[in-house]
Design a protein around this ligand. Structure first.
Ligand SMILES: N[C@@H](CCC(=O)N[C@@H](CS)C(=O)NCC(=O)O)C(=O)O
Length: 206
């Protein structure tokens, strides 16, 4: 049995944040496939036994069961000694970006991708709203990266891994991603990290 167990599925960018952290920091980990598209996270037994919040990722380690990708990344940075902040100021800055990611950068983009790409809704007022909000969040991160290699401290941290949850997903959300050239350059730097893999290679697919 591996040291870390991650409940996940390949289409989940929130789970990818944790899978990438485990992979890039060289941990001994295994994936447990969660059949999200057939309703597993909505079943009461799964919520009772795995996560009352009805979400992946869920990480099991040393008798603990952790949820919420930002909290898991923070835990893993402390456990592994990789990709954390080097002082209190960096730690605060990392949390500032992880919260922005959870509230804006990941959430609007992931919702758009889910409705528009995976559920194939076509264009609706909701997809228009989500796309505008995602583009606004991308513009903020792009501006921050204009004169930096990574989000905090000029090296890869869990702030980058959090923001990277959906940026390597292959689906076309109708956003001109190439126009965010600082994000594109940052993605290339992440791709060059030893051990990097895209989401659909790192996690199981149903
Ligand atoms: N803030 C959470 C978001 C997790 C999340 O939304 N996970 C999705 C899959 S990517 C999920 O399980 N959604 C189930 C649902 O909303 O019913 C995190 O960062 O872990």
């Amino acid at each position: 049995m591996s040291e870390f167990t991650l409940h996940c599925f390949a289409e989940s960018g929130n789970a990818y944040k944790v899978a990438l952290m485990l992979e890039l920091s060289g941990q001994d980990w295994e994936a447990v496939f969660v059949d999200f598209f057939n309703g597993q996270t909505r079943r009461q037994d799964w919520r009772d036994e795995v996560n009352e919040q009805g979400e992946v990722p869920v990480l099991e380690h040393a008798g603990l069961r952790l949820t919420q990708s930002a909290l898991i990344l923070d835990y893993l940075a402390a456990q592994t000694g990789h990709f954390g902040g080097q002082d209190e100021e960096e730690k605060r800055e990392i949390w500032r970006w992880m919260l922005f990611d959870n509230h804006k950068f990941t959430s609007y983009y992931a919702s758009l991708r889910f409705i528009y790409c995976l559920k194939q809704s076509g264009e609706t007022p909701v997809t228009g709203f989500l796309r505008d909000r995602a583009v606004a969040a991308y513009a903020i991160v792009d501006a921050h990266l204009a004169d930096r290699t990574f989000m905090v401290g000029e090296r890869l941290t869990i702030a980058d891994l959090s923001l990277a949850g959906y940026v390597f997903m292959p689906e076309d959300t109708g956003i001109d991603l190439a126009s965010f050239r600082h994000i594109e350059a940052w993605k290339a730097r992440i791709r060059e990290m030893p051990g990097w893999k895209p989401p659909y290679e790192l996690m199981p697919r149903g």
